[in-house]
Design a binder for this molecule. Structure first.
Ligand code: DNO
Length: 355
């Protein structure tokens, strides 16, 4: 297990590389050019800027999260080939700085969805929260109006550029079914996986978060059967999974440890975090500790260990603790605690009960 830490870049993150350097066992940063719109080719000079930052602290840049997929590709629109070409050019450039994994997702319109970015918890910390009833039953068209100025509907991962085109996008997705999405994902993968393969890069799809349809938009990367189907779309080690326990764990029917055992050879990158899922489907993000949430993190790490997992891993969203002001879910403290918990489990498994 090779430990990494997500970092948003100088001036765009409250956490510094110097701080990350002091977390035990972190060898690389997980990065992206967050200011380049989906579909555009990444400029080399911006890539090299990250390389310079990382080199200064001895971090590698092996894992990118994410090169986002343009909506025209997900929609299968005629313009998609141009965006796919740009995607391939970006893959080629990323290979020159040693990138080994490119994370992406195939969620229509929205990335991760939450209804509350700072839900107070019993211990005085705050955490990301999803209130299902607030999302269920919302007419997408109403949503467009509701978002404007409604703090209760603030959601991370919603790029302003996409938000401004929300009505148009909902219109474009009307009539788009899961099967359409599968077909368009296959088309995309058939084009980019050979390019990734050629450069020794693995594509790693992030599961849908939460792993079910929201706002009537189809979502397909949600459970074991669909992950099997994804891997069969293009049968290559370069067509992989970014296995996120928090996203898939929001559906308690997902047996995460069993999925890890099955898919391990095709998981180049693992996100490990915990959520507590309530009976009504709401969920809150918790510390990484197994007993704090619904996801049995000890079993998750055991499944990786037993599978001989040698891929990249990162702690995922943390709570906001010790009054830290930070990006929602991406503070220093709780993620650093998460890492130490993961190492604790891993190191004891390594010893296998021996001194
Ligand atoms: C949230 C992240 C996601 C992830 C993308 C991958 O914290 O895990 O936004 O980066 O879905 O494309």
């Amino acid at each position: 297990m090779r430990m990494t830490f997500r970092w948003y870049g100088v001036g765009n993150d409250t956490v510094t590389l110097r701080q990350i350097r002091q977390i035990p066992g972190v060898e690389g940063i997980v990065w992206a050019l967050h200011d380049v719109p989906a579909g555009e080719e990444w400029p080399m000079e911006k890539i090299l800027q990250y390389k310079k930052w990382a080199d200064e602290y001895g971090f590698h840049l092996d894992v990118v999260e994410s090169v986002n997929v343009h909506e025209d590709i997900k929609l299968g629109r005629p313009g998609r080939d141009r965006y796919i070409e740009n995607y391939i050019k970006t893959i080629e450039k990323l290979a020159t700085v040693g990138v080994k994994v490119i994370t992406y997702n195939f969620m229509p319109v929205f990335d991760w969805v939450r209804t509350d970015l700072a839900r107070p918890t019993e211990d005085g910390s705050t955490a990301l929260f999803f209130e299902k009833s607030k999302i269920d039953g919302i007419d997408p068209r109403e949503l467009v109006d509701k978002i404007a100025g409604n703090p209760d509907l603030t959601m991370p991962g919603w790029e302003p550029e996409r938000l401004s085109r929300l009505s148009e996008l909902f219109e474009a997705y009307s009539g788009v079914t899961e099967e359409h999405l599968w077909r368009n994902l296959k088309y995309f993968l058939e084009a980019v996986v050979p390019a990734a393969e050629k450069h020794g890069i693995a594509m790693a799809i992030h599961p849908d978060d939460p792993p079910y349809a929201v706002f009537g938009l189809p979502r397909i990367i949600t459970n074991r059967d669909n992950l099997r189907r994804l891997l069969d779309l293009v049968d290559s080690p370069a067509n992989g999974i970014c296995f996120c326990t928090g996203s898939l764990g929001a559906n308690p029917d997902n047996d995460l440890a069993a999925m890890i055992r099955e898919f391990a050879p095709r998981i180049p990158f693992a996100h490990i975090r915990n959520v507590r899922v309530y009976e009504n489907g709401d969920f809150i993000e918790t510390s990484h500790r197994a007993r704090d949430g619904t996801v049995d993190i000890v079993e998750v790490v055991r499944a990786y260990h037993e599978s001989g997992f040698a891929g990249y891993v990162r702690p995922d969203h943390g709570r906001h603790i010790w009054d830290e002001q930070c990006r929602p879910g991406y503070g220093l403290y709780d993620r650093a605690l998460g890492i130490m918990y993961l190492w604790g489990i891993w190191d004891s498994l390594e010893r296998g009960g021996n001194r």
